[in-house]
Design a protein around this ligand. Sequence first.
Ligand SMILES: [Zn+2]
Length: 322
Amino acid sequence: MVIAMGRIRFEQSTDFDPRAIRLAFPIIPSMSAIVLSFDVEEHHRIEAAAHLFVSDDAKRVYADRMERTTDAILEQLASASGTKATFYVVGEIARTHPRLVRRIAAEGHEVASHSDLHHRIDRFDAAGFREDLHRSFDSLKQAAGVDVVGFRAPTFSLRKETAWAAAVLKEAGLGYDSSIFPVRHDRYGVPTAPRTPFWLETEAGRLLEWPPLTWRSLGTNVPVAGGGYFRLFPLAFMKAGLAQMQKANSPSMLYFHPWEFDPDQPKLSLGKVSSFRTYVGIGKSTTRLGELLRHYAGRFARAIDVAKEIVAKELPTFRLNG
Ligand SMILES: [Zn+2]
């Protein structure tokens, strides 16, 4: 299946197998679809550990655990009526763990990019960012056998300060991006950005931007899409956000990390606040994901498939540096 959209072509992992095509285009109203997305990175790559020394031995342990936990997530999805998800994978992992990336694609999930080395955008200039991006595309394509259509920046680091990167993403030919979190946070966020999918105006043309789920409550955007919020808040918060999106006729983007499903991993020696944010509720993640899979059964879809339909709708526009 190929849909041409200007220069952008969506073609991924449907491979002319009629069964796969049916799975990729579920019979659900796409505007109420929910995307389960997983940012596949080893635990020591998290932003909170950016200035921490992590030994090579510890890195190997986290890499092994990342692989096993991602396999377990794939099994949990498969046993939930073959639910399909989107995996934003660090490019380097496609070189160190090609079997894992091949498996994600072979099971009908979307393989998208989470950069090559999991560096925040503000660590690059435009040329360096472009190079990192393309290296991730090449590595992921080599492992998964499909073109990358979607991207998520590490730590949602597409912000007003890194507005220049939006044009780089557009020029790279991406079909959509999911890097702008419309919330106020010390490390990331663009609180004035729309909460529903929008056209991000860049110097190189407009790019479809799909923000992670927020819940509008008491005049603020509460981040309820996943990560620490998924583990800290009652699931009712995420459900409230999902209900608002459905009412607004908009699909929802959730996000998780494999390491959040591994309560027995060795803990990183983070400061008090970071440690709380990182490990709170970690023992509950698998059960909670199971509850989501049951509660919203039939509404899950891959971002790539929903994005194809979103672009046909009337969408708000937004500029990062406007
Ligand atoms: Zn990440």
